[in-house]
Design a protein around this ligand. Structure first.
Ligand code: ATP
Length: 231
């Protein structure tokens, strides 16, 4: 579970986050919409412990996030827009490397099962990732999150640049993660996919969450109208 409470962040004299409150329970997928500069990346970076908050708190499964690593960071995984992997290593070698970095040592069979859980086709497990598409890199990133046993997964613009088939596959993978009890937070500009993939959708403006809606209660058209009225 991810719990953000009264989070403020100031860069110099610019206030990027203003008393942000946001909760993602187990099994929920929270899509965070907002214009460029609304504060989505700042929120993710504080939740990861990459940036200190000015005030307020972020907790992962009840553990407070503190900059530079904590018990909380062990339970959180990040899938950036482009997942950075070692181009000359295979998918399974990358997964093994990053799992070991997180303190886990898995057998080859276990590593393969994580890649399969992330929907990476078997014939790609032993291919170097240098040739992988964005979607395939994402699957390795998701396998790393599964191997790390992360209970909270944060994603930045995961569907930008994915073709419709890859987006549909990604949607199914994320729904599966949620069904396994993960909490997923996705910063996105993709309104249509937010309705498809999310259980909850938040609209952020100037560092505040102005609306939170249940994805089941809104159509993409209605969400687009609400978004345009809000930002
Ligand atoms: N290191 C920094 N120093 C100064 N200002 C910053 C810094 N990082 C972000 N900001 C400012 O804080 C605000 C929030 O930025 P942030 O990157 O969190 O927004 P965002 O919603 O993620 O935007 P995008 O959709 O473009 O990624 C913006 O006004 C941005 O210019």
């Amino acid at each position: 579970m991810l719990q953000i409470t009264e989070l403020n962040k100031t860069y110099g004299d610019h206030q990027a986050l203003r008393g942000l409150n946001l909760t993602v329970n187990k099994g929920e997928v929270f899509c965070l919409l907002g214009q460029n500069g609304a504060g989505k990346t700042t929120t993710i970076n504080i939740a990861l412990g990459f940036l200190p908050a000015t005030s307020g708190s972020v907790a992962i499964d009840g553990w407070q996030v503190t900059p530079g690593g904590s018990n909380a960071s062990k339970s959180v995984a990040y899938i950036p827009e482009v997942v950075m992997l070692y181009a000359n290593l295979t998918a399974i070698e990358n997964l093994d490397f990053f799992s070991q970095l997180a303190g886990y040592s898995y057998s080859k069979a276990e590593l393969q099962s994580f890649l399969t859980d992330a929907n990476l086709q078997a014939d790609a497990h032993h291919k170097r990732v240098g040739t992988f598409s964005k979607g395939m890199r994402q699957k390795v990133g998701i396998a790393i999150a599964i191997a790390k046993n992360a209970s909270v997964i944060l994603m930045d613009e995961p569907t930008s640049g994915l073709d419709p088939r890859a987006t549909d596959e990604f949607t199914r993978i994320v729904k599966n993660l949620a069904a396994q009890g993960k909490s997923v937070l996705i910063a996105t500009h993709d309104i249509f996919n937010a309705v498809n993939i999310g259980t909850h959708i938040g609209i952020m403006k100037n560092g505040q969450l102005l609306h939170v809606v249940n994805a089941a209660d809104i159509t993409p058209d209605a969400l687009q109208r609400l978004y345009l009225e809000t930002i």
